[in-house]
Design a protein around this ligand. Structure first.
Ligand code: GCO
Ligand code: MG
Length: 410
């Protein structure tokens, strides 16, 4: 029987910081897992290096469920983003190993293909309506069949989701994490936002018609009542979803939103366990579940969660920003292809430097992503190149209310 021989934690920064776990078995098979927690990367690296790696050596790499329970129950202190990202990285690396040993892509181990590919959405944004239209057109030219739209708000400066560097005719990407010793501060006013956003969607529907699925991210900034107002005012524009309209820690607050609007609701990118969703799922307060595999406890946890959600006709919309590494993105794609209740997959293309360090075989064609057919996850890690991109701290921005400077959700 092969055993786990080595657990390494690899930190690299090809454009942005990533933490990777590599498990090597006594037979020389390696598996990769994503352990990146944006802005708090080294906490997960230390958790794995100091507390998990030493207790995994000698175990059977094939017993994924047992290892998951060993780390979850065995840690005594359960849940939380650092713990669950660490567990996810080990879990995903073990699925990668299992696939390589079996000679099968991971989605085959999860039940095989339920669809030809995973419908992906990209991120359009604009500082004004012409720039936004240009960004939407760029995405359509690239083949996207669903597009998330974020817009600047008159009277506010830089806001979440709007690319800073917008050049006509060029692709512009939104990247919030800034290098340095402290987070950047942004200013926010919910009233200005609530009055502006419906006008943006009205303009988009006039220009692009109604067949294009459009999404929007509220990034946890509204109270439940404000979220209900926004959901109602967006109803005429037929959104695919309204994401993170209010902070989700208090699941019951989504009752207010749900009872007031038929705009579909997505939530959960900062959740990390099935318990974060329990009321939302059983009371059918949401339509799409947003966790990433990387922060949600891995493939093992997310497969169970999606099977639970399927009982309530809730679909997936896994988180896929560039701060989930290509390994995390590949893991999501294998699950997307396998589960029946897939909804949509977020897809922000990684930078060229990132894709040189993490060599992937997933493809994007005609609006659909496919994980590829290589055994395991289908991602290779280039150690030599990774070392050329040393880690340096980077932080997500913080938000303050424009009126009085009080801290607000970013
Ligand atoms: C999304 C998210 C991201 C997060 C980021 C934080 O919908 O993709 O909201 O943009 O802000 O993942 O690290
Ligand atoms: Mg989001």
């Amino acid at each position: 029987m092969a055993t786990i021989k080595r657990v390494e934690v690899l930190v690299t920064s090809p454009g942005r910081n990533f933490v990777t776990v590599r498990i090597t078995t006594s037979d020389g098979v390696t598996g990769l897992g994503d352990a990146t927690l944006n802005g708090r990367e080294l906490a997960v690296a230390a958790y794995i290096r100091e507390h998990i790696a030493p207790i995994l050596t000698g175990r059977d790499p094939q017993n994924i469920e047992d290892t998951w329970q060993y780390l979850y129950r065995g840690g005594y202190w359960r849940r939380g983003p650092v713990t669950m990202t660490a567990i996810a990285a080990i879990d995903v690396a073990l699925w990668d190993i299992k696939g390589k040993v079996a000679g099968l892509p991971v989605y085959q181990l999860l039940g095989g293909e339920s669809r030809r590919g995973a419908l992906a959405y990209g991120h359009a944004s604009g500082s004004d309506i012409p720039a936004l239209f240009q960004s939407v057109r760029n995405h359509l030219d690239e083949g996207f069949k669903a597009i998330r739209v974020q817009s600047a708000v008159p009277g506010l400066g830089q806001v979440y989701g709007v690319a800073a560097d917008q050049k006509p005719g060029k692709r512009y990407d939104y990247e919030p994490a800034g290098r340095g010793s402290a987070p950047k501060e942004e200013a926010w006013d919910t009233r200005k936002y609530l009055h502006h956003i419906p006008t943006v969607f009205a303009a988009l529907r006039d220009e692009f018609g109604y067949s294009l699925p459009l999404l929007h991210d509220g990034h946890h900034r509204m109270t439940p009542n404000q979220a209900a107002i926004l959901g109602k005012s967006l109803e005429p524009y037929d959104l695919f979803w309204l994401e993170d309209c209010t902070p989700g820690e208090n699941q019951e607050s989504l009752r207010r939103v749900r009872s007031q609007t038929t705009t579909p609701i997505a939530i959960g990118e900062i959740f990390n366990s099935a318990f974060d969703y329990q009321t939302l799922i059983t009371e059918q307060l949401i339509d799409y579940l947003r966790s990433s595999i990387t922060h949600g406890g891995g493939i093992t946890a997310m497969k169970k969660l999606m099977d639970f959600a399927a009982l309530y006709q809730i679909k997936s919309g896994f988180h896929g920003p560039t701060d989930v590494s290509p390994i995390g993105q590949a893991a999501a794609l294998h699950l997307d292809i396998a589960i029946h209740n897939f909804g949509i997959q977020e897809y922000m293309r990684h930078s060229d430097d990132t894709l040189k360090v993490f060599r992937t075989c997933y493809t994007f064609e005609d609006g659909l992503l496919h994980p590829g057919v290589r055994p395991g996850l289908g991602v290779d890690y280039d150690d030599e190149l990774a070392e050329a991109f040393p880690y340096s701290p980077a932080y997500l921005p913080v938000n303050r209310l424009q009126t009085d400077g009080a801290m607000h959700d970013w």
